[in-house]
Design a protein around this ligand. Structure first.
Ligand code: V0D
Length: 231
């Protein structure tokens, strides 16, 4: 049993609700939510977590009002201008998972630049899932595998481990946290959470902090992880 999980994923829910409760526009919730990304990434890095996967934008989010989408597309830039120094100083590496191509060219550029600038950092991997959907991820993996088979690859020996390598995110997730009280997975990491501990925290994402993360890690450490077998 790992006391500190290697891979932690978080569904960062509740930004809009947090803003509404304060009489602010939803975008204010997203901005505060981006500050929380920094806070939680620094704490995860300090604790020795290897990979933190954050669900920032789903394939469903394109249905939101245009002005909200346009603000969300600016957030990677706002985030990096504010925090690239902190990320470098703390040896944090940024990666992303999802289909970047649907974002505006300048948003894509900003994200690629952040990935490049932090590529040699050896601390926490901060993986931002944007325009990500788990079923879509599995379809793309199957298509890529099928293409390789069509090109002559042997097809009769696909293992779980090999299939994982075709996904955006190949790692098993040890702990999945969803903030703001909803108890659903919402098409996030369906393959990767096969043996995860799941924690639903009522705190809206903008109010989540170091203490909230440490509380979740305590619950994680206290649970039996039996993998469906004997201890
Ligand atoms: C809004 C709360 C950081 C959830 C967090 C494009 C939703 C703040 C990024 C980010 C978003 C993205 C890519 C990257 C580095 C940072 C981000 C989006 C939304 C949607 F390489 N926060 N953040 N991206 N929110």
């Amino acid at each position: 049993m790992k006391v500190i999980p290697e891979t932690v994923a978080i569904i960062m829910d509740g930004n809009g609700r947090w803003a509404k409760a304060k009489g602010l526009p939803r975008t204010a919730g997203h901005k505060k939510g981006a500050d929380t990304v920094r806070t939680v990434a620094l704490e995860a890095n300090r604790l020795g977590i290897k990979k933190l996967i954050l669900y920032a934008f789903s394939t469903e989010n394109w249905k939101r009002p245009e002005d909200e989408i346009s603000y969300l597309c600016k957030l990677p830039g706002i985030f990096f201008n504010s925090y690239i120094k902190d990320l470098m100083k703390n040896n944090i590496r940024v990666t992303f998972a999802g289909e970047l191509e649907r974002f505006p060219e300048d948003t894509q550029k900003t994200i690629r630049k952040a990935v490049e600038q932090t590529a040699h950092n050896t601390g926490l991997e901060l993986c931002i899932a944007i325009n990500y959907g788990s079923r879509r991820e599995m379809i793309l993996a199957a298509q890529k595998y099928a293409q390789e088979v069509a090109d002559g690859k042997r097809a009769n020996d696909l293992t779980e481990e090999e299939f994982s390598s075709y996904l955006f995110i190949p790692e098993e997730v040890d702990l999945l946290i969803r903030t703001s009280g909803e108890e659903r997975i919402s098409n996030f990491l369906l393959w990767q959470i096969a043996y995860s501990e799941l924690i639903f925290d009522p705190t809206p994402w903008p109010d989540f902090d170091e203490a909230s993360l440490n509380e979740a890690l305590e619950v994680f450490a206290a649970r039996d992880r039996r993998f469906g077998g004997l201890k």
